[in-house]
Design a protein around this ligand. Sequence first.
Ligand code: NOJ
Length: 770
Amino acid sequence: MKRTPISRICWLGLLLGLGSASLSAAQAPAAAPAVPLAGQSKDAFIDSLMQRMTLEEKIGQLRLVSVGPDHPKPVLLKEIAEGTTGAVFNTVVRPGIRDLQDAAMKSRLKIPLFFAYDVVHGHRTVFPIGLGLAASWDMASIERSARVAAIEASADGLNLTYSPTVDIARDPRWGRVSEGFGEDAWLTSKVAAAVVKGYQGQGLNQPQTIMAGVKHFALYGAGEGGRDYNTVDMSPQRMFQDYLPPYRAAIDAGAGAVMVSLNSINGVPATANKWLLQDLLRGQWGYKGLTLSDHGAVLELIKHGVAATERDATQAAINAGVEMNMNDDLYGKHMPELLKAGLISQDEIDRACRDVLAAKWDMGLFHDPYRYLQGKDPVDTDAEDRLHRADAREIARKGMVLLKNEGGVLPLKRDGVIALIGPLADSKRDVMGSWSAAGKAFQAVTVLEGMGAATRGHAALLYAKGANVTDDPEIVKYLNEYSEDVKVDSRSPKAMIDEAVEKAKQADVVVAVVGESQGMAHEASSKTNLHIAQSQIELLKALKATGKPLVLVLMNGRPMDLRWESANADAVLETWFSGTEGGNAIADVLFGDYNPSGKLTMTFPRSVGQVPIYYNHLNTGRPFDHEHPNKYTSRYFDSQNGPLYPFGFGLSYTDFSVSDVKMSGSKLKKGDQLTASVTVKNTGKVAGETTVQLYLRDVAASISRPVKELKGFSKILLQPGESKVVQFPIREEDLRFYDSQLRYASEPGEFKVYVGLDSDNVKEQSFTLL
Ligand code: NOJ
């Protein structure tokens, strides 16, 4: 059915002379659609609309509900028509969205709904998970992935995404490290800005844009023990220096919404945290957008132990500044009575309602509630031509990280016999990763399909599953609780391994695709060890025993303990969950059609016992020294210190040399700039890209500063034999930090400059800040 925007009728007469408090339902004038007058400003429009709204309608705007068992569609349609719903999420096809918007257009004021969804790493086309995107160190590609997601999501009628996830994480036990962009605040800030720009384009008034809802504010990635939803207790210095900057970067890039996290911060749940949502977010950062609770978070304040009743929880959340309440009905139920009792103010409700209306204005919904529902609906939502496969393939391969390549086993030759083994080699669901809800598994390319296409007519490809992703029935039950995420092969482990070994024996090289199922790296998927499951280790041991060259293709959503794998495999390629085109992208890398250039944005520990482990740690008074190991230093006695693979690490099919660092001077004055430069040369035989990284260290300051901090990077492409000079500007602003009084300033003195191709292997220089 074709819709046209509501005609712009002048309702001015109705808008005049009404007071500022909410109207009661009885006082409400006859229906007068919320349509801007020609040339009316946003503020004037919202002022006039607010004056016409009843208290119930204002509170209704604060309700963000999911269609589903808690809110069945018929009930929801009725509530929307009564004007008691502000927005809906989890409806992702145009007809469903249109039904709901039609209901809103039957409400007294016809205030449009907005439609939200978890568009996290792509929409119909699925891109790599956050960790994989970040590993590309390619901001243009990351922005492009978000742009494509916005194009596809807006074509489905969506207006807002719960993304980007910019939670800094140093603990790979947490399943949601997969969604974020790693452990570094500076790099994650760059990624956050790129993603917001991708979603929101040149402005939300432009077509094919969706509002970014940055999450989870704040510090969700720092839960104790890596356990999801767990307590966060953190010093202000660490917060401001290492965890908060990416949220701020997303906001500064224009993110229109902020999702409040489920954790507590120093005893106060974020959902009830005035300091966080008012003093910091609105006060210090000047944020003017919308705040959303996470799913059910207001009610959870009771379990957090900061509210005794639902009424208290409602009061605490709105007092703190949580404007929209996701998926529990507490606001509607308790706000009127809290207002009457003077426990919340009309002002608080008005401010929240205003921000919802302002977001809808920004989304263009008052000008056209059917903005993204115009034209013909797609005949087939999953039509092939709605996908952006070329972007997906290109971006997926950019984030893959080559961790080991001994004896030049990679790239593979396109001849002879290749045995492709492993529980993840032919899994369409897993290659897409978690939070790929609108992506369709049947459209994903598995490694078997990708390699099949790459070898057709050249090499023979043999395949065996070899093992289940796990043989632990309790884990399978956990992962399959809501849907069948893990498909268990009923053959015995021995039968599966025997088949795989028999195929391996016929092959020239074995490629084993192992790691995690997508559900293992998701919300509510924290774990206490970082090994690949035993079923897969047994398989790998049997494959190793064949003596054939062994290439591991890892599919996983967190840093893992890869000690055995890296010692025993000839090559290891980290592919994360790489999305719709994952299998093709992996084949591109394995056969050298694309030379890998990804670098880790999260440290890979040797074992779970080292966690939390991150490159930008403090030095301590007794740092461990590899060259002169000493007992009474900061170390473990049962393990080597340091990571297995450091932050910033990733190999290529070519080699690069990095010259000594040249400084343009030895002293830096405020307002001036120094330049650190290196010459990077491709010393190998094929063209390749690498990311040159700049780290700085404040040697002596008023508080201890990290051993190094990333402050610049440059991804360059070099032909064989080619050299490039890479220059990094260094300014006083780059040297600022939060001191013991949370003043953000630099301090004069010596600074070390490190440049290299990862955070461990660097060339050093220094300068003095005057
Ligand atoms: C809970 C998750 O924490 C959040 O990231 C997500 O956006 C919401 N559920 C909605 O699905």
